[in-house]
Design a protein around this ligand. Structure first.
Ligand SMILES: O=P(O)(O)OP(=O)(O)OP(=O)(O)OC[C@H]1O[C@@H](n2cnc3c(O)ncnc32)[C@H](O)[C@@H]1O
Ligand SMILES: [Mg+2]
Length: 208
C-alpha cells in the first residue's frame, strides 16, 4: 500500500490506440482525468531497456518530466514458451513499422513450426505498469495471464496478438471477447482476467 495517491490530471504515456482505450476504460470509474502523450504532442521514446518493467518506467519517466504531471505507462507483450519467451519485449517491433499484427502472428506460427514445437503452444501475456511523478517518485505493478496459442487467429476484437491468445480455462480468444470481458474488474475481490487488468487491480489497490 502506498501513501502516494493518484490525484489531478494523469498523463497516459502510450501511443497505442488499443492500449490507450483499455487503460482509459480501467481508469475512468475512478474519476481520474487523463490526457495522452499524443494529445500533449509528446514523441514516442525509444524503448531501450531489456525488461518490461524497465521500458514502462522509461516511458512514464519521460512523459512525467516532459509534462510536469504524474504519468502512467504500460509495457506489455506476448511471451511464447517454445520460443524462449519471444517476442516478449519485442512484441510491438515484430509487427514492423506498419504495425502489421497479421504478419506478427504469422511470424509466431512460422517460428513455432521451424522449431518443431508441438501443441499446446503455451504462452503468457505480461503487463508492467509504472507511475512516475514529476518529483521522481515511482510506483510499479505487474500482471500476467497464462494461456495457449491457436492458429489460425480467431476473432476481430481487441488488438495486437489478441486473436491467437486463448486464456487458460476459457474457450474464447481475446480476439473473440468483448473488451469488457477481457478487462473486467470483478467487485467481489476475485482476480481480473487480462494481464493489463490484473496489473491495474494491483495499482488500484495501492494508488486509487
Ligand atoms: O509503447 P506504447 O506507446 O504504449 O505502445 P506499444 O504498442 O509500442 O506497446 P509496447 O511497447 O508495450 O508493446 C506491446 C505490444 O504487445 C502487444 N500486446 C500487449 N498487450 C496486448 C493485449 O492486451 N492484447 C494483444 N496484444 C497485446 C501489442 O501488440 C503491443 O504493441
Ligand atoms: Mg512501445
Amino acid at each position: 500500500m502506498s501513501s502516494r495517491k493518484l490525484e489531478g490530471r494523469l498523463v497516459v504515456a502510450s501511443h497505442n490506440p488499443g492500449k490507450l482505450w483499455e487503460l482509459r476504460q480501467l481508469l475512468s470509474p475512478h474519476g481520474v482525468e487523463t490526457v495522452s502523450v499524443g494529445e500533449l504532442g509528446l514523441p514516442e521514446p525509444e524503448e531501450t531497456e531489456p525488461t518490461f518493467a524497465g521500458n514502462a518506467l522509461l516511458k512514464a519517466r519521460t512523459a512525467a518530466f516532459a509534462s510536469g504531471l504524474p504519468a502512467f505507462a504500460d509495457d506489455s507483450g506476448l511471451c511464447v514458451e517454445a520460443l524462449d519467451g519471444a517476442p516478449g519485449i519485442y512484441s510491438a517491433r515484430w509487427a514492423g513499422p506498419e504495425r502489421d499484427f497479421g504478419e506478427a502472428m504469422a511470424r509466431v506460427e512460422r517460428e513455432l513450426k521451424e522449431r518443431g514445437a508441438t501443441q499446446p503452444f503455451r504462452a503468457h501475456f505480461l503487463c508492467a505498469l509504472a507511475v512516475v511523478w514529476p518529483d521522481g517518485h515511482v510506483e510499479e505493478f505487474e500482471g500476467r495471464i497464462d494461456g495457449v496459442l491457436v492458429f489460425p487467429p480467431r476473432g476481430t476484437k481487441g488488438f495486437g496478438y489478441d486473436p491467437i491468445f486463448l486464456p487458460e480455462g476459457l474457450d474464447k480468444t481475446f480476439g473473440e471477447m468483448m473488451s469488457a470481458e477481457k478487462h473486467a474488474m470483478p467487485h467481489d475481490g476475485s482476480r481480473a482476467l487480462s494481464h493489463r487488468a490484473r496489473a491495474f487491480q494491483a495499482l488500484a489497490a495501492s494508488l486509487l
